[in-house]
Design a protein around this ligand. Structure first.
Ligand SMILES: [Zn+2]
Length: 670
């Protein structure tokens, strides 16, 4: 098995196998930070990211199967390797679902021999639809097997009544990453659109369809119409704008042109009376477009959507075509991941908690769980202390904010109750069937929640995920096992680095509940107005400053960070790092932090933060993210330190240096 050292790249080779063997030594560097990866020729006040990570960035190539690479990706590789070991053992004998699914995927020869045949019944059903009503029913069946289309829905909590599950509709159906890709006039986008049409034609040709180029052109034109109806990502992340209750009758009245009865019945949701629709005008516009578009074009559209979504489970020509467009063309990734990695990702997606159970038994200790729980408590306590003295908020709102914080549910490592997959039938050797049944199982599992009490033990990520999340309607923060390891969290590292790493990640997720959207939810996870209007006004004025600060960043010539799209994440970084620093100070108990390798405690704290964000991007991937990702790029995330007074003191940052902000220009929200 590869160690993290091998995965981190050249500069991280400072940590030897001897260091790994010694229980008390941190896994990275002498105190949990990779000093060899710094670029000490950079001034911290000019470019803190480069100061902390410059040599690492210069000497660490992006692996050919990745669109970007940094600490998150390195830990992800470790998770993949560990999962592979579990799956290969399980696959040795038939009978376990995870082993059988993995074996189905790993049989590349069978996939190659089958060509497009496994999809033939699905495609024939689309072709055979006698009418638009019949096609709407097909769409309901395709939704159940996970095919992306204009009117997807799932089951979630009602934001204004979080004790009740409701059917939630949201816009879908685009083959390109965002509406901008269809609508922007610049040459880069017209080039992508041309290649997209060629890709759709290639899929049709591989499936044995005649006249592919003209049919692909018509499909792309239809999708452009969908894109016109779509909301922007900025509007789509606004919890107030996207809360729109519809009755069953509203669909026929407000979005005529589409056979909702046929669609809902085939998907298994007819008979439901209450719905939430995230982007109502998009649903209306797309239904109208459906009515105006000839039946053969709609059929071709669903055929290419199905081929695209299932290409990875078909023969090599399909796998290669899908990768060449979606990953190489759109994200710059030159080479597909080894088949075993794709197999692990499939099992993680369809049987994540079955695999997760085995993963945590091997790779997550009760001691780590206990240590992480203690850290979470410290960061929450630090945030609470800060809320008590927050000056811009009315005392009554502040009291409610503290009550919300006190009501947080932290989930650490893995779910206390594992998902029951017994209704999912895996047949070793039937890859496409296994994927379809897995998707349908998950879809039905969600539908079955309707009318039942809300299950608060449910997790939205697997334990193998190097990530974390905040769920507003549960008022919870969730940290999967795989992020609770070095370099985010190393029990043998200097506390300053741990607080700057996992402490800030904890603070970040916690602060999401107080970001521009999370702050709209109260202690019970209910979307409601619990602030005074004056508080809302003051909060909006503060966040507007942050929007401006990030709008000014231009990571690539002409391509700016979108301050409004990334606002929630930037608030969470700012507030989370602030709370983590407070927690670090509290942990010192009034004693001065030691100086290590010439770095003060505060200096090491901010280095720990910057280290977490080291990441090299392929240009195409960075461009795509600037348009679609609600997170700012890593370099700009590291630079949030410019709003924090202790960072100025730690590095003696002076006016005139590039990151310098005058004290009154530093944004302080929480
Ligand atoms: Zn976040």
């Amino acid at each position: 098995m590869r160690t993290l050292a091998a995965l981190l790249g050249a500069s991280a080779l400072v940590f030897s196998s001897a260091a790994l063997a010694a229980e008390s030594a941190p896994q990275i560097g002498r105190f949990g930070f990779d000093e060899a990866g710094m670029d000490r020729t950079a001034k911290p006040g000019d470019d803190f990211y480069r100061f902390a990570n410059g040599t690492w960035a210069k000497t660490t190539p992006i692996p050919p199967d990745r669109s970007n690479f940094g600490l998150f990706a390195a830990l992800d590789e470790l998770s993949l390797q560990r999962s592979r070991d579990i799956l290969e053992e399980a696959a040795r004998a038939p009978g376990s679902k995870i082993g059988d699914l993995y074996a189905s995927f790993m049989d590349e020869a069978a996939a190659d021999a089958a060509g497009a045949k496994p999809l033939a019944p699905t495609i024939d059903a689309i072709k055979g639809a006698p009418s638009k009503a019949g096609l709407a029913a097909e769409m309901g069946r395709l939704l159940r097997i996970g095919v992306n289309q204009p009117f997807p829905f799932t089951v979630g909590q009602d934001d204004k009544n979080p004790d009740v599950y409701v059917v939630q509709f949201y816009q879908g159906g685009l083959g390109l990453p965002d509406r901008d890709y269809y609508l922007q006039a610049e040459a880069r986008m017209t080039g992508i659109r041309g290649d997209y049409e060629a890709y759709l034609a290639r899929l049709l040709t591989l499936a044995g369809e005649p006249n592919a180029a003209a049919r692909a052109k018509a499909v792309a034109a239809f999708e452009t119409g969908l894109a016109r109806a779509h909301w922007t990502r900025i509007d789509s992340r606004d919890s107030s704008k996207t809360y729109n209750p519809w009755t069953r009758a509203d669909f026929d009245a407000k979005a005529p042109g589409f056979d909702w009865q046929a669609y809902l019945a085939a998907a298994g949701a007819e008979g439901r009376m209450s719905f939430l629709v995230a982007q109502p005008s998009a649903v209306t516009g797309m239904a109208k477009l459906f009515a105006e578009t000839p039946l053969p074009v709609l059929k071709d559209y669903l055929i290419v959507r199905t081929l695209n979504d299932y290409a990875g489970y078909l023969s090599k020509p399909f796998v290669d075509a899908e990768f060449a467009f979606n990953e190489t063309r759109l994200s710059g990734t030159p080479q597909n991941a080894d088949r075993w990695k794709r197999g692990v990702i499939l099992v993680k997606g369809l049987l994540g908690e079955e695999l997760g159970k085995a993963y945590v038994a091997r790779h997550f200790t009760p001691e780590t769980k206990a240590a992480a729980e203690a850290l979470v408590k410290n960061v929450i306590a630090a945030m609470d202390a800060r809320l008590q003295t927050l000056s811009w908020m009315a005392p009554e709102t502040r009291a409610k904010a503290r009550a919300k914080l006190a009501a947080f549910t932290p989930k650490i490592g893995y779910p206390e109750k594992w998902r029951d997959y017994s209704a999912y039938e895996v047949r070793r050797g039937d890859l496409v069937g296994d994927v379809m049944r897995g998707e349908a199982f998950e879809f039905q599992r969600n539908l079955d929640k309707l009318g039942k009490p809300v299950d608060r033990t449910e997790w939205g990520m697997t334990p193998m995920e190097v990530n974390a999340y905040a769920n507003f309607t549960f008022n919870e923060i969730v940290f999967p096992a795989a992020i609770l390891q070095p370099p985010f969290f190393d029990p043998n590292a200097d506390p300053a680095v741990n607080y700057g790493g996992i402490g800030a990640v904890i603070g970040h997720e916690m602060s999401h509940h107080f970001d521009d959207q999370g702050s709209k939810y109260d202690a019970a996870g209910r979307l409601t107005d619990w602030w005074t209007p004056q508080d809302v006004e003051r909060f909006n004025a503060l966040t507007a400053q942050l929007v401006k600060q990030y709008d000014a960043y231009e990571p690539l010539p002409g391509a700016h960070v979108q301050g409004q799209l990334t606002l929630g994440e930037n608030i969470a970084d700012l507030a989370g790092l602030t709370a983590a620093h407070d927690a670090y100070m509290l942990s010192l108990g009034g004693k001065p932090a030691p100086v290590i390798d010439g770095f003060t405690g505060d200096q090491r704290f901010y280095l720990g933060w910057a280290q977490v964000w080291r990441r090299n991007y392929r240009e195409e991937n960075l461009r795509q993210r600037l348009l679609t990702d609600p997170h700012a790029p890593s370099e700009q995330r590291a630079a949030v330190v410019r709003n924090l007074d202790p960072w100025y003191a730690a590095y003696q940052v002076k006016p005139g240096e590039k990151l310098y902000l005058a004290p009154e220009a530093r944004v302080r929200i929480w």
